[in-house]
Design a protein around this ligand. Structure first.
Ligand SMILES: Nc1ncnc2c1ncn2[C@@H]1O[C@H](COP(=O)(O)OP(=O)(O)O)[C@@H](O)[C@H]1O
Ligand SMILES: [Mg+2]
Length: 421
């Protein structure tokens, strides 16, 4: 055989191998390469496969598939971001737990309530919450797939929470997890407590005069041989207590009106020096009873005060009433007014018994008295200063107290004084 026939045959074989490799093997290698890159999360620069049209179609289909998957990924992460935004905006604590009591999801409000941030998904619930009052309803809901509600407090005991636990029901009807919502009910609880205290206080205040009426009426009815002096004494006691009752009811009504939603102010322009002259005129007799000197310190050119005149009168009456009651004989009471930037500061000072530092922060509370016995004896209801505070607040203002035990007291009412619109 001639060597060139061998050469041509060899060449043909090589060409055939080359041709077959390009047509059948190369596309597979390219496909494998593409898939590896996709698997690594990279974006291949091209999906064009060499070789026959079918291989090209596979490449194209792969490109479309990848584009769709990318779009889906984007949608999923957008949904997740929206969900996170909703969770973050929730003021209630949200917790999702799986059936093995591991945390799947929780929001920042929950993290704040339980004092840990961030809490990673997968954290065992018991690492975060130890309180069995919380764990128990979650466990029970997982067990019985029934929603339940519990009232618990935060670990620092500062907040009261209502926890609502709802099962996530799986296909078998059992719970595959739970969603728990932690709602802060501290303010509700507090309001409830204040209301209960209030009712208890009012009942207590009513009880004394009523039992005195009852006892005295019984004496009047049953004792036949009372002389005129004794009868008169009984009437006097009853009169004193009916006066107290009257004061109490008036103060309660006043408070109720101030606290009602319809409480509104009849604003007027008040010339303070004239107003105070007028109001204090009625006090001459009571001041004289303890030989007290009342001084008014209000500049004649005081700006007009924009306030409800009757309510302002109530404020001055209540403050003067205290100043007189808690003053020693021959003392001095000062009513002072000044108008620093856009505010009116009206104060009543006395040189009386004063208030202990421990009581001072509480004197504006309803029924709070620093000295119960003395206040009662002087006919106080314990409501005067809370009425003053309410009136100030209704005007958008506030109250302040300053006192030294045994030396005297100053109560200040501060009202905003914006020009009338
Ligand atoms: N000028 C004052 N001097 C001393 N203590 C005062 C004075 N004003 C108020 N207090 C204290 O604050 C408490 C609350 O005042 P208030 O609400 O007016 O009730 P009350 O009916 O007892 O006067 C009083 O019981 C008293 O102990
Ligand atoms: Mg009073």
């Amino acid at each position: 055989m001639h060597w060139w026939i061998v050469a041509i045959a060899l060449l043909l074989v090589v060409a055939a191998v080359f041709f077959l490799q390009r047509l059948y093997l190369r596309p597979w290698q390219e496909l494998e390469h593409l898939l590896t890159r996709i698997g690594r999360g990279e974006q291949p620069p091209t999906f064009l496969l060499s070789g026959r049209p079918r291989a090209r179609r596979v490449g194209l289909a792969l490109e479309q598939l990848l584009a769709r998957q990318r779009a889906l990924d984007r949608q999923v992460s957008k949904d997740a971001a929206e969900m996170r935004a909703v969770f973050a905006a929730l003021t209630d604590g949200l917790l999702v737990v799986d059936s093995t009591q591991h945390i799947l999801i929780c929001n920042p409000a929950f993290e704040k309530l339980y004092g840990q941030s961030p809490i990673a998904p997968g954290t065992p619930l018991l690492d975060i919450i130890r309180d069995s009052d919380v764990i128990e309803p979650i466990r029970a809901t997982l067990d019985q797939a029934k929603a339940r509600v519990a009232e618990v407090s935060t670990p620092d005991r500062k907040k009261q929470l209502q926890v609502t636990v709802v099962p996530i029901t799986g296909q078998d009807g059992g719970a595959s997890g739970v969603v728990a919502l932690f709602h802060d009910i501290s303010r509700l609880k507090q309001a409830d407590e204040i209301r209960r205290d209030f009712v208890a206080n009012v009942s207590h205040e009513l009880r004394t005069p009523l039992s005195i009426f009852h006892g005295n009426l019984e004496t009047l009815l049953e004792a036949a041989d009372l002389d005129e002096k004794e009868t008169r004494h009984i009437y006097e006691v009853m009169k004193r207590h009916s006066d107290r009752l009257n004061l109490l009811v008036n103060d309660l009504l006043s408070l109720a009106r101030l606290e009602s939603k319809e409480a509104n102010l009849q604003l007027a322009e008040i010339r303070l020096p004239d107003f105070l002259e007028e109001v204090t005129r009625d006090w001459k007799k009571r001041l004289a009873g303890k030989n007290l000197r009342l001084e008014l310190e209000v500049p004649e050119d005081f700006p007009m005060v924009h306030a409800d005149e009757r309510r302002l009168e109530e404020v001055v009456h209540n403050l003067l009433d205290n100043a007189v009651k808690y003053s020693h004989h021959n003392g001095r009471i000062l009513i002072h007014a000044r108008a620093p930037d856009q505010e009116i500061v009206l104060s009543v000072s006395d040189e009386g018994v004063g208030i202990a530092a421990g009581d001072l922060p509480r004197i504006f509370e309803r029924f709070y008295r620093a000295d119960r016995a003395r206040s009662r004896e002087l006919g106080g209801t314990g409501l005067g200063l809370s009425i003053v505070k309410h009136i100030a607040q209704l005007h958008g203002g506030r109250v302040e107290a300053e006192s030294t035990l045994g030396q005297g007291t100053t109560i200040r009412v501060i009202l905003p004084n914006l020009p009338a619109k």
